[in-house]
Ligand binder design. Structure first.
Ligand code: GAL
Length: 375
């Protein structure tokens, strides 16, 4: 039976009404396998995305909205311009508007506990989307990509490309980290730095700017607020003008995602770098169109692709299960401790994309169109 038919069948047999009735009886319990599981929930979904200024979130929001509306769910999709108070009031409005399931990609994972407590009073089930929500009992599930593996893939890519295990160095690297308020950023950094730090300690890799965290815990010291391209560009400008005078050339830039990489590439260009022998290796994440183009043009070396369509599909499956009162599918019940509890999670696999993969992985799969990247 198609997914749409399954949800419609549930509606037809009035389970929605039934579940509504039973939900009010069970106020305050968290969903999935518990009381709510038996009771099910109304398919009225509030989706809260961090911003429209980064390509992926537009795709994520629109795609999940389409999946749900095709299944005749009620959907309210909101974007919060990377402003936490705006996200909080949008979620409050969604709860007041009757949302029974909240899908939240947090701007700042540390500030949502109060509004989720309100949501729980309305018996809503909460799914953290891509980014974990911390410091609260009131998040029921988490769906994301394996964030540590994203960084690991970036670190291992550099390790292989530079043959670090056999290199004597010194090879100059400039590391960057993501937004200090983004729970994912520490996982991205830790995954990469666990591969690269030993080479920094051995002297094979050197960090002329000194922006070299001694441990993963110091990741935020090189974090770029809001994942802003312009902030990454000016930070790179500073490092190049202060520490790469004369003939020194930067050999590698560890960029945790594509929006930072695009700023770093602009800074390198204005400093006279051009693809070719002296051009640095640059990492990325998200397969944003501008960065895929940069990879084709030799201005970026790789990106870690997270097929956000699969994340949307997985969250749709979770919602289906919550609506039906079924056990919610998760595949990790250990990794993501939000400081109050270990949140049952579903982790998806990221993968590396280099120039030769663009056609097969991104275009043939329909993730982007050839025309999006000038092909
Ligand atoms: C992270 C997300 C990345 C990237 C970044 C900036 O949380 O996992 O894919 O998009 O935010 O939005």
């Amino acid at each position: 039976m198609s997914r749409r038919k399954k949800i419609l069948a549930l509606a037809a047999t009035g389970i929605f009404a039934l579940s509504l009735a039973s939900c009010s009886a069970d106020a305050g319990t968290s969903g999935g396998g518990g009381d709510d599981a038996a009771a099910g929930a109304e398919c009225n979904v509030g989706i809260s995305m961090p911003t429209r200024s980064l390509e992926r979130w537009i795709n994520d929001g629109e795609q999940l909205k389409t999946l749900l509306e095709d299944a005749d769910c009620t959907v309210d999709l909101q974007y919060a311009d990377n402003k936490t108070d705006q996200q909080i009031s949008q979620i409050q409005n969604q709860v007041a508007g009757g949302a029974k399931i909240l899908v939240v990609a947090a701007i700042d994972g540390e500030v949502l506990a109060p509004v989720l407590a309100e949501a729980k009073k309305q018996d809503a089930t909460v799914i953290a989307y891509d980014r974990l929500i911390n410091g609260t009992e009131d998040v029921d599930y988490y769906a994301t990509f394996d964030n540590y593996k994203v960084g690991q893939l970036q670190g291992e890519f550099l390790q292989t490309e530079l043959d670090l295990a056999n290199a004597t160095g010194p090879i100059s690297i400039e590391p960057f980290a993501g937004s200090p308020d983004d729970n994912n950023a520490k996982f991205f950094f830790s995954g990469a730095w666990d591969v690269l730090l030993p080479y920094v300690e051995s002297g094979v890799l050197v960090v002329p700017s000194g922006q070299s965290p001694a441990s993963n815990d110091d990741w935020a010291s090189i974090g770029i607020q809001g994942w802003a391209s312009d902030k990454a560009q000016s930070e790179m400008d500073n490092r190049l003008s202060s520490f790469y005078t004369g003939d020194e050339k930067v050999d590698v830039v560890l960029s945790p995602n594509d929006s930072l990489a695009i700023g770093i590439i602009a800074s390198l260009k204005s400093a006279g770098y051009a693809p070719g022998a002296d051009y640095p290796l640059i990492t990325g994440q998200d397969a944003d169109k501008a960065n895929v183009k940069a990879i084709l043009d030799g201005e970026q070396s790789m990106t870690v692709w997270k097929d956000t369509r699969t994340l949307g599909e997985q969250v749709f499956t979770m919602i289906e299960e919550i609506v039906a009162g079924d056990e919610v599918t998760v595949n990790d019940t250990e990794t993501y401790d939000n400081g109050v509890k270990v949140v049952p999670s579903f982790l998806l696999d990221p993968e590396v994309v280099v120039k030769d993969d663009v056609q097969s992985k991104l275009i043939d799969s329909g993730f982007i169109k050839a025309s999006d990247v000038g092909l």
